[in-house]
Structures are given as C-alpha cells and as structure tokens.
Design a binder for this molecule. Sequence first.
Ligand code: PGA
Length: 248
Amino acid sequence: MALRKLIAGNWKMNGSLDGLSELDAIAEAAATHSAVDVAICPPATLIAVAVARQPGLAIGAQDCHSAATGAHTGCLSAQMLAEAGAKMAIVGHSERRTDNHESDAEVRAKAVAVINQGLTAIICVGESAAQRDAGDAVAVVTQQLDGSVPVEADGARIVIAYEPVWAIGTGRTPSTADVAEMHSAIRARLMALLGEGGAAVRILYGGSVKPSNATELMAVADVDGALVGGASLKAADFVPIIAAAASI
Ligand code: PGA
C-alpha cells in the first residue's frame, strides 16, 4: 500500500518573524502538489504566528513535555502546542536524545501525550556512525522502536523518522540500498509492534536531504517522505524537495 508522502521541515533553533515569509512559497507548493503532505516545524515561539500567516499549511512543534501541566519550567505540553495551532510534534530527535539525554521511555511518553492531544507524533530514531560501522545499525534502530513507539496507538497518528545521526547536517547520506534495508526493517518491526496498524505508519528518511538527492531517496521502497533540516529553511531548497516527492 502506498502511503501519502509527508515532507516535513525541521527548522531547529533557526528562523525568525522575518523568515516566516518563506512559508508563503512553501504553502503555495503544498497547495500545488496536493498529493503530498507538507509541514513545517518552526521554533515554538513562531508556531501561532506561522499558523496565522498560512492557515492551510500544517505547522508542527519540535518537542513537547509528556505531562499536561505542572512544575516544569521552560517546557511546553502537547495541549499548549495544540492550542497554538500545531498539528504534529517531533519527539526524540537525536539532538534532544544527545543534548537532553532523552531515553526511549521518555520519548514514548512524549509521543503518547502528543497522540492523546489529537496530534501526530513524529518519532525519530537512528544509529551513530560507530554503531553503523560495527554492523549494529538495524539492531540499534529496532531497539529504539521497541522503546519509543506506543504500541496501543493508531498507526495513522504515528510517523517514524529514520535519521542516521552521522547524516544529520553533514551532507552525507546512506546509500539507497542501506536506506531500503533500514526502512524495510522498520516496517517489519512496526507490523510486529502494532499489528495491521503498522502498515499505516509513515516512515520518513532524514539526514542531509536536499534537492539533488530527494528524488532518489523518495523513490526507495517504504520511504514515505522526508524530515528535512537545513534545506527546509529556504523555500528555494524546500520546494524542489516537495516537487520531487510529488513526482514519484
Ligand atoms: P538536516 O537535518 O536535513 O540538516 O541534515 C535533518 C534533521 O535533523 O531532521
């Protein structure tokens, strides 16, 4: 079953009110290529204003706390993100797993909070360079899936982003054969974890996706879209990636 592709941009700690003008061309491309879903995850301070500027474009968050409210200074709950207009939230990005020492259990709790709020959870997984060199990439990602995916959830509310840590922001990407092997292993694991619901989960590839490699990456079996960092900041880079996904 071919799933609708999702091209999601992760602006990380980049972007400003001025930079929101990039959303205009991105929203136009999303409307033109209506067979593809498009989303932008700006810094949380820009979510509400991004939604107001382009109500037709899906806007998401880059993280969320697992609790609904409470004494968690500086954190945002899924409920708050939903109120700001977010339709999805990234959880367990490798930068948060590393910088904030987030465990699989924490990532799963965040995903549950996101889904319970009626949003889509983009759960990130991916191996380090050392783990791949040791031949452990599939085992590492399988273990992350086992720990991070809420098995009771509706598969349509879950998106997995496979992002090899060594490919993020480096300009390096795995071979299409390696992407195919990993995405097929992820699909098999999702079917084991979620049953038939595993077929509805979109599996994105992320890590140095750009206009020049998007077509070949999006054509790989079980690649249902992309999570794009650097190349999502400018419409001139992001729009061709949307078009590439639409052309498959
Ligand atoms: P990149 O980042 O596209 O800049 O490599 C991807 C990500 O971290 O989601």
